[in-house]
Each structure stands twice: as C-alpha cells, then as structure tokens.
Design a protein around this ligand. Structure first.
Ligand code: PBG
Length: 332
C-alpha cells in the first residue's frame, strides 16, 4: 500500500512545531533607529509613526537605557534639525558641537557597550533635502553631483568616527562612496570602524513617514537618479559587488518587505552579513491597520520580521525592535 506523506504530523502540537521551526527571531537581530532633536526634556511623536518619537538628547539616553534593559544593544541615530541649521553643503554635519555629533558622544559615554550606527548622507542637513550636493536646484537642469558629494561624506564619516560611532551607514547611494569613506576613515586612523553600506536602496514610497520624522523630504524632484529602480534586481548584484570590493563589512537591502527577493539574492550571492531595513512606511502600515482593528498588530509585526529573517537577513533595522524584543525575550 502506498504511504501517504503527512506533513501535518510535524505541526501536531506546539512543542513539535517549536522543535521543527526553521527560523527564529532574537533580540540580537535588531537595530533600533532613533531620532534625536534639539532641546531639553522634550519629545514629539512622529504623526505617521505612532509610538515613535523624536527625543531631545537627555530623553534619548533614557530611551536607550530602557531598550538596553529589553536586550537591544544596537542603535542607528538620525538627527532632526531645524531648517535654519540646514544649508546646501550640509555644513552642520561636521560641527563638533552640533546636535548629531554631540548625541553620538553622549550615547557612547553613557553606554560604552552599545553599538552606535550612524547615517552618512546629506539629507538631514541639506537645505535641498537631497542626499547629495545639488547644482541648479529647482530648475529643470537640477543635478545631484556625485564626486563633490563624496568629499562631504568622507568628512562627515570621519567626524562621526571621531565622536565614537562604531558602524557607518552610508545611505546616500552615490557611486564610489564606500571606497571613499573607507579610505578617509583609514587615513584618519579609524581602521576599526565598520561600514554597513546601503547597497540596494530603492527609490521607494515607503520612506514617507521617515521624511516626516526628519522634515527631510526633497525640496524638488525625487531621488531616482541615485536610488534604485524598484523594477530591478540584477542591478542589486552590481551594487553589492562594488560595495564589497570597496570595503563594505555588511550590506543592506532597503526597504525590506517588498524586496524579500533582493534580500535572498544578496544572501545567496555574497558571504557578508546582510541587513534589511524594515522602513518607516512598513511600520506605519501595520500600525494604521492595527489601530483600526483591521489586523492583529503584534502578529503582523512578528510575521513580517520573521519573513525578513527567513528571506536571509542576518540583521534587521526596525522601528518595531522594542515591541518585538518584549515578545521574543532577551535571552536566547
Ligand atoms: C536618507 C534616508 C532615508 C531613510 C534612511 N536614510 C530616506 C530617503 O532616502 O529619503 C529611510 C528610512 C525609513 O523610511 O525608515 N538618507
């Protein structure tokens, strides 16, 4: 008689399901993005990201203390600057007494063991709201200049390393920036500072809430001449290869959920750790639906994070880190 394969046996009880579970989330997988703003004892909620705040530096330190208690040990900092501090050259990004560099120093001072990742890109400091230097802003001849931007990024990275950052996150998508930043760091003596390159960063609608958080939306045009076309996957391999050759220690795919195939592609074709950025819009969608009672927010969150890991991500940047940490537990 023929034997019927019965895969349901391996799903028969919670214990058996746990035994055969192929992918497990751990708090060690997460990096939490955090927004820092000027002021004292203030925090403002990002309207499109319920539960996510811009913190003044004193409250940011309290927030990190809370996260550390939950087992979260890696953070990616982003600055929210007033318009008056922004200019064409992102000058404020290298001001040692500016908000961002002060924040990096304060976090590493108070929590020497946490991993501080930084953002290397012009947009939070740029009066044009672009990741690169703009020529002829606003006119139809408006252009993002690649090589002059590299010099600014190099200075920014060295200033961040000097402030104590552990990992640089170039999120700008200029050509050659990983190699340029690596050389700048090495020449300044920061050979131990790592680079997690945003290798495959797509020109995505899912960044909307993040741009609200930083007031960093482009003042004209869009980011399609530097961020990738969502229709392309082979191109992600070109970007990944270049970034590895130029010295990236880890690669990132961004966004995560609409790009699970890209996560898997890079996982299968490279040997460096792959990070996925579960971006602001992905967070906002689940929160909005959960608030309306349209889906179970916790379950949708855990299923999304698990899918990102199953696709091949070793590391997940996610605004859900705190909530997910509470559910996965800190000891694994
Ligand atoms: C820009 C940057 C963006 C994000 C991180 N760095 C947005 C953009 O490219 O406009 C998006 C993160 C998110 O949506 O959560 N350097």
């Amino acid at each position: 008689m023929t034997i019927i394969r019965r895969p349901r046996r391996n799903r028969a009880s919670g214990v058996i399901r746990d035994l055969v579970q192929e992918t497990r989330l751990s708090v060690h997988d997460f990096i939490l993005p955090l927004f820092v703003m000027e002021g004292q004892n203030v925090r403002t909620e990002v309207a499109s990201m319920p539960g996510i705040y811009r913190h003044s530096l004193d409250l940011l330190l309290d927030e990190i203390a809370e996260c550390v208690d939950l087992g979260i040990r890696a953070f990616d900092l982003f600055p929210n600057l007033p318009e008056t501090k922004k200019d064409r050259y992102a000058t404020e990004s290298t001001n040692p007494n500016g908000l961002y560099l002060k924040a990096i120093r304060a976090v590493k001072d108070r929590f020497p063991d946490v991993c501080v990742m930084t953002d290397v890109a012009m947009d939070p400091y740029s009066s044009d709201g672009h990741d690169g230097l703009v020529e002829n802003a606003g006119s139809s001849a408006g252009q993002i200049l690649n090589d002059p931007t590299l010099e600014i990024l190099g200075r920014m990275a060295v200033a961040q390393a000097q402030a104590g950052a552990d990992i640089m996150g170039p999120s700008d998508m200029m050509d050659g920036r990983v190699g340029y930043i690596r050389t700048a760091l090495d020449e300044a003596g920061y050979t131990n500072v790592g680079i997690m390159s945003y290798a495959a960063k797509y020109a995505s609608a899912f960044y909307g809430p993040f741009r609200d958080a930083l007031d960093s939306a482009p003042k004209f045009g869009d980011k399609k001449t530097y961020q990738m076309n969502p229709a392309n996957s082979r191109e992600a391999l070109i970007e990944a290869e270049l970034d590895i050759q130029e010295g990236a220690d880890m690669l990132m795919v961004k966004p995560a959920l609409a790009y699970l195939d890209i996560i898997k592609l890079l996982r299968d074709n490279t040997n460096v750790p792959i990070t996925a950025y579960n971006v602001s819009g992905e967070y906002a969608m689940i929160k909005a639906a959960a608030r309306n009672g349209w889906l179970d927010g916790d379950r949708a969150m855990m299923e999304s994070l698990l899918s990102i890991k199953r696709a091949g991500a070793d590391v997940i940047l996610t605004y859900f880190a705190k909530e997910a940490a509470a559910l996965v537990g800190s000891v694994q």
